[in-house]
Ligand binder design. Structure first.
Ligand code: PGA
Length: 261
């Protein structure tokens, strides 16, 4: 794991945007894995900025999002499709037909299983994911792979944990229906991406970051599965890095890398 500790959340966003832009500019037909949540919003803003100043085009890019709420229609303001259109897709030149999220609008279980399988097939057909962007939950989840998720899991129906429902409450109006189920890429699906980029900012993520980087490999912290990946970069601000025992070592490693370059 490469651990990059930056001064501020703004630096984390800019780093993520640069990595996305480099990937898209390097590939003929780039495939990005994208994430929702508060953390990537600033990064998406920086990506839009780069598009508007002609530093990148998404005309050939295909995207797959990590997850979607079950039982919420695409046009609903709480759907992750809506989030992605609002925060990224509507502002860049990506054809919407090249942007995919798990098909979760149905409430029919058999249909949801079928959609989950089709999502895996679609990722394969696109040649796999070049770069997967990730956030991390306070409980260590990635996507909606909650603690105790199988480390070999594939796209499937997942019940959200109490801690996730609580953490996301802030995004719903008083009395508004808050989904308790999602279709999410599995941990193994995520690990098959060629490159992983996980972002975390703020002190509320410090414990999860510590468990992910320095804890044991365990289903109790799904993000610890990133320890198994050959090209996983964790980009965090100093608050999220606060509990890392080997913080000085990670900073030193980055210094060495810069000297080499
Ligand atoms: P956040 O969510 O970016 O809103 O903190 C991250 C996550 O739950 O994966």
């Amino acid at each position: 794991m490469r651990v990059i500790i930056l001064d501020s959340a703004k630096d984390v966003a800019q780093f993520a945007a640069n990595t996305i832009i480099d990937t898209v500019n390097r590939k003929m037909r780039p495939t990005l894995g994208l994430a929702t949540g508060s953390t990537p919003i600033e990064a998406y803003r920086a990506v839009i900025d780069a598009y508007k100043t002609n530093r990148v085009s998404f005309a050939q890019t295909v995207t797959f999002n990590l997850d979607e709420y079950i039982g919420i229609k695409e046009e609903h303001v709480q759907s992750y499709r809506y989030f992605m259109n609002q925060h990224l897709f509507n502002h860049i030149d990506i054809p919407l037909s090249n942007t995919f999220l798990p098909g979760a609008a149905s409430l029919n279980e058999a249909q949801l299983h079928k959609n989950a399988h089709q999502y895996e097939e679609a990722i394969k057909k696109a040649g796999g994911i070049d770069l997967q962007l990730l956030g991390i939950g306070k409980n260590g989840h990635i996507g909606f792979n909650e603690p105790t998720s199988s480390l070999r899991s594939r796209t499937r129906i997942k019940s959200l944990s109490e801690s996730t429902i609580e953490a996301n409450k802030r995004l719903f109006k008083n009395g508004e229906y808050q989904p308790r189920l999602a279709l999410t890429m599995g941990i193994e699906t995520i690990l098959e991406s060629r490159q992983l980029l996980l972002l975390a900012t703020g002190s509320t993520k410090a414990n999860a970051v510590k468990d992910m980087v320095e804890g044991p490999l365990t289903a109790m912290c799904p993000a610890s599965a990133l320890q198994l990946h050959q090209d996983a970069t964790i980009v965090i601000d100093s608050e999220a890095a606060d509990k890392l025992v080997m913080k000085d070592y990670y900073l030193w490693c980055e210094q060495q890398r810069q000297d080499l370059e």
